[in-house]
Design a protein around this ligand. Structure first.
Ligand code: BES
Ligand code: ZN
Ligand code: ZN
Length: 475
């Protein structure tokens, strides 16, 4: 997708208005204006006029409700416009914001471009089914150069992360994930170091090694760094992403067909972190940020770890493994311990961690838990609403900690039959000694059937929320 500011709009036009008088600023004739006014009276949100060589769309913004709800309605209008333009095989659209809503063109284009995403790598008829739409132009007054750059970067970050989520294991092994992160680093301008199996063993990252033991493919541990000459944070911000490139459950095998089908997406947290790093690098945010991705598949191979095993984690904690399907917390724990060496001022982890989180909140919201201060939590909340990547907080009360105490080791890797999202969070908390927030994205990272600007397959929720948070950091 290509974005540009262009003075004289031509070709397909999309006008954004929130009052009918704004129609006077268009070149529509009297009868066309009367037709549009009538449509709007009938509560149409989008109408179009066919000029044969091009279409003119009038999008009416519904300004009722809170600011974040209005923004989301505009993104959805963008998604609807995307459908219409592609149906007409249009290659471009010119957006002209005549409304009183300052960022209307931004939100419309955001929904439009995110909806235009497709994953066609494995389609033999890709050329035929590819969306025709490629260029979004804006009139001068519709967007600033800064906003345009942000939009272009954030949309690219989300689409790159979606690609990673959509890739099957057959391509996206842990080693390939490391390579793809390296490529993103080259493009986005951040440093990447990928540790291999020998190093992971030498460092005694027992969580990652245990999960990897049933696999014939080696694990990786990717370390990303964005460190501009000047940055405003006193100590690094660390982002950790769960990189389980496939989760069979291990010997505690997931019952197929229903629960294993989507498990190539169990590295969504890694994709989200890589996407955030890409955006941070491209925008050259004045922040020192580290990204960590522990990656492996979880398989029931010959040497696989078994329920009952006691493993020693990277930080020395012993863990009784009672379910090999609770693997995410094991690899994350090692990465969270690794993060301590930066003495970070904040750590965020993103993980498709529990079915419990997905059951509780569906594909509507990310679950969060953590020890960060109230100010940080509030900022996360407001970025979540602003980007419509909503976040709901669960408590890390002591009672949940009691549920993961083991009889024979320090911890066990599962709690009881209930409270699963929180006992997983409590497990992670044990490996932190800094302000931290965990995001369980199990319910939101992958869609069985797409809606609006969130397509079928990889969604990559969390990137826009986090980039918004980081862009406003310290403000
Ligand atoms: N990757 C799964 C969580 C998941 C479930 C992600 C559904 C996306 C959709 C995770 O590794 C897992 O299997 N968790 C178990 C933990 C349980 C064994 C304590 C779960 O939630 O069932
Ligand atoms: Zn699992
Ligand atoms: Zn998993």
């Amino acid at each position: 997708m290509f974005f540009k500011i262009q003075k004289a709009p031509k070709g397909n036009l999309a006008y954004l208005i929130d009052q009918t008088t704004q129609l006077d600023e268009t070149d529509l004739d009297k009868s066309e204006k009367a037709y549009i006014a009538q449509q709007l009276k009938n509560e149409a949100k989008m109408c179009s006029i066919n000029r044969y060589t091009h279409q003119i769309y009038i999008l009416f913004i519904d300004t009722k409700g809170a600011e974040w709800l209005i923004a989301e309605k505009m993104r959805k209008q963008g998604a609807a416009l995307c459908g219409s333009l592609n149906q007409l095989k249009a290659t471009e659209v010119h957006i002209s914001n005549l409304s009183t809503q300052k960022r209307a063109a931004y939100f419309l284009a955001e929904g439009l471009s995110l909806a235009n995403y497709q994953f066609l790598k494995y389609k033999s008829n890709a050329k035929k089914i590819a969306h025709s739409l490629n260029d979004i132009f804006f009139t001068n007054q519709s967007i600033t150069v800064k906003e345009l750059n942000e939009l272009q970067t954030i949309v690219a970050a989300v689409c790159k992360a979606r690609d990673l989520i959509n890739e099957p294991l057959q391509y996206l092994t842990a080693e390939q994930l490391g390579k793809d992160i390296q490529a993103l680093g080259k493009e986005g301008g951040f440093k990447v170091q990928v540790l291999g199996k020998a190093k992971i063993e030498q460092m005694k990252m027992g969580g990652i090694m245990a999960v990897n033991s049933g696999s014939i493919l080696p694990p990786t541990f990717s370390i990303m760094e964005h460190r501009p000459q000047k940055f405003i944070n006193k100590a690094p911000i660390v982002l950790v992403g769960k990189g389980i490139v496939y989760d069979t459950g291990g010997l505690s095998l997931k019952p197929t067909p229903n629960s294993m089908d989507r498990m190539k997406s169990d590295m969504s947290g890694a994709a989200v972190v890589a996407g955030i790093m890409y955006a941070v690098g491209m925008l050259d945010l004045p922040l020192h940020i580290i990204g960590l991705v522990p990656a492996t598949e979880n398989r029931p191979g010959e040497n696989a770890y078994v329920p009952g095993d006691v493993i020693t984690m990277y930080d020395g904690t012993t863990v009784e493994v009672l379910n090999t399907d609770a693997e995410g917390r094991l690899v994350l724990a090692d990465a969270l311990h690794y993060a301590k060496k930066y003495r970070p001022e904040l750590v965020f982890d993103f993980a498709t961690l529990t079915g419990a989180a997905a059951n509780a909140f569906g594909d509507v919201a990310m679950c969060t838990m953590g020890t960060a201060n109230e100010h940080t939590k509030q900022k996360i909340q407001s970025s979540g609403f602003a980007q419509f990547e909503k976040v709901i907080e669960l408590p890390l009360w002591d009672e949940y900690g009691q549920m993961i105490k083991s009889d024979i080791a320090d911890l066990k890797n599962i709690g009881g039959p209930t409270g699963g999202a929180i006992t997983a969070g409590k497990f992670l908390e044990h490996f932190t000694d800094y302000p931290w927030m965990h995001f369980d994205i199990a319910g939101v990272s992958h869609h069985i059937s797409g809606k609006d600007y969130r397509p079928t397959g990889g969604v990559a929720m969390g990137i826009r929320m986090m980039v918004d948070f980081l862009m406003n950091y310290g403000k």
